[in-house]
Design a protein around this ligand. Structure first.
Ligand SMILES: Cc1cc2nc3c(=O)[nH]c(=O)nc-3n(C[C@H](O)[C@H](O)[C@H](O)COP(=O)(O)OP(=O)(O)OC[C@H]3O[C@@H](n4cnc5c(N)ncnc54)[C@H](O)[C@@H]3O)c2cc1C
Length: 382
């Protein structure tokens, strides 16, 4: 028997692709996710999610799984030269810290339970506006909707020839997941609340920063930032002597990080002329990679995955033209992502986050956004 449901083919089994897959499958679509890698997994680092993506997780039924191994720290603390600049309790803002493998496993479970077909070792080479997707083994498939969720080097995006601007920033980060070692840290600095996220900045005489983020009771995410021009600061494995000389209070966890190879990521922002072409749409880093200042790359990927699924389903239910509906989806949703990209880029350029008290005004607009609220555009325009 042939499957008469609407078909979606998705390139990429990361946060964007799996979220779109679950949403569409739950809306009645037949969905396949193609992942180039042999295994579906996320790298060993941490991640912060805010209201915008947590609302999407509620909708796809993934929140109970996520909650089980994630946390909301008591405050986001910012320090300069180890002097506290601010301790923001973020009252009224929903946020959660976790490991990337945990978020990825949660999304993978949701996709499988929604009936999504997930194919590993399946490399997409491109797509055409009529909804054809092509694979490295020479085969192809037809779909009502093709989604490029294949990351910052997206084959789907590049095959469509969508003009793109790429901006590289001067700073970058190496990320680690290490044991919490709370008692050892407490012994070194008894007055510190080691459950807080603590953003340790040093700008003078040398730009080095450690973003300390508890991910759950056992695991700690630390991200070490330095300019790419600083060979010792950006070296992997890390230069333990350098980092412990600047951040002696973090010595036990830096020691653990030094035992991991690590990878230094230079910040980059990519902006496309358009996110859709015919029956194809791109989401996540494929469409809008951003600097990590606001911790919104995955968050905006997931919000756009959800709103895309809703818009495509509504258009086909109403018998409307899908390419026109996808263009309208971009017109309505893109400003929220543009804002997150612009603000993140500004923070990367100015390093203004070091001053603390950052969760106000434009900087929390994206975090507060609710992509699942049907009245969201009126609410945000008001
Ligand atoms: C240092 C740093 C810290 C960050 N911190 C945060 C944070 O706290 N919060 C947050 O929201 N975001 C954060 N981000 C951003 C976030 O990591 C990304 O925005 C997010 O991972 C993008 O998800 P994605 O699914 O679009 O892309 P990816 O995670 O890159 O997934 C793409 C997938 O597609 C697959 N693929 C690639 N090419 C093909 C192909 N041709 N065929 C088939 N499959 C393919 C890949 O193997 C991969 O599995 C951070 C980023 C960095 C660099």
């Amino acid at each position: 028997m042939t499957d008469s449901r609407r078909r979606a083919e998705i390139s990429g089994g990361g946060f964007a692709g799996l979220t779109a897959a679950s949403a569409l499958a739950q809306m009645g679509w037949s969905v396949r996710v193609h992942e180039r890698a042999a295994e579906l997994r996320a790298e060993g680092a941490g991640i912060v999610l805010w209201n915008n993506s947590l609302q999407v997780l509620d909708k796809i039924g993934a929140t109970p799984d996520l909650q089980a191994r994630s946390m909301t720290p008591p405050a986001y603390e910012t320090r300069m030269n180890n002097v506290i600049q601010s301790q923001e309790t973020l009252d009224g803002i929903r946020w959660r810290t976790m490991t990337r493998p945990h978020l990825h496993d949660t999304l993978l479970t949701a996709a499988r339970e929604s009936g999504v077909e997930i194919i590993a070792n399946s490399e997409v080479t491109g797509a055409t506006p009529d909804g054809t997707v092509t694979f490295a083994d020479g085969s192809s498939a037809e779909a009502d909707l093709v989604i490029g969720a294949d990351g910052v080097s997206s084959a789907v995006r590049d095959s469509l020839g969508i003009p793109m601007k790429r901006e590289r920033s001067r700073d970058g980060i190496t990320r680690f997941l290490v044991p919490r070692r709370k008692a050892e840290l407490q012994a070194l600095e008894p007055d510190t609340e080691w459950d807080n996220v603590i953003d340790f900045w040093n700008l003078d005489p040398r730009v080095l920063r450690v973003l300390y983020t508890p991910a759950n009771d056992e695991e700690l995410y630390i991200a070490l930032m330095s300019p790419s021009a600083d060979a010792d600061g950006s070296r992997v494995p890390i230069d333990l002597e350098l980092w412990t000389s600047v951040f002696p209070q973090l010595a036990p966890v830096l020691q653990d990080a030094a035992g991991i190879q690590g990878r230094y990521y230079g910040y980059q922002t990519t902006r496309l002329e358009h996110w859709t072409d015919g029956h194809v749409a791109v989401i996540g880093d494929s469409a809008h990679a951003m600097c990590p200042a606001l911790a919104q790359g995955a968050g905006t990927a997931m919000q756009n995955a959800w709103t895309l699924a809703v818009a495509a389903t509504a258009a086909l239910d109403a018998g409307e033209d899908l390419p026109a509906a996808l263009r309208e989806w971009e017109r309505l949703e893109r400003p929220y992502t543009d804002l997150a990209q612009d603000k993140s880029q500004w923070y990367a350029d100015t390093r203004e986050m070091a001053k603390g008290n950052q969760f106000t005004g434009d900087s929390v607009q994206t975090a507060l956004y609710n992509p699942t609220d049907p009245n969201r555009h009126e609410v945000h325009a008001a």
